[in-house]
Design a protein. Structure first.
Length: 79
């Protein structure tokens, strides 16, 4: 099942876990920027699932929504 967000993005209502390359594509940056923003607290901390590192899509989009709506978060995001 999918949910259409106010900003036009479509996301699954059941949580999906994204790797760094997928996060970079969603956010519009490079993979190295994903890691830097995570280290700086701009993006939420990822989860370790076995040998994989993944970000919760729901948590990621919620985090970015807060930054866009309120103009602040744990760090500044340049978009």
């Amino acid at each position: 099942m999918f949910h259409k967000r106010e900003d036009g993005l479509t996301m699954k209502t059941q949580d999906t876990y994204l790797n760094a390359r997928e996060v970079a594509k969603c956010v519009g940056c490079s993979v190295s920027t994903v890691w830097r923003w995570t280290a700086d607290g701009i993006l939420p901390k990822p989860l370790r699932l076995g040998n994989s590192t993944r970000w919760s899509a729901n948590e990621l989009f919620h985090h970015l929504d807060c930054i866009k709506r309120f103009g602040h978060g744990p760090g500044d995001i340049p978009f």
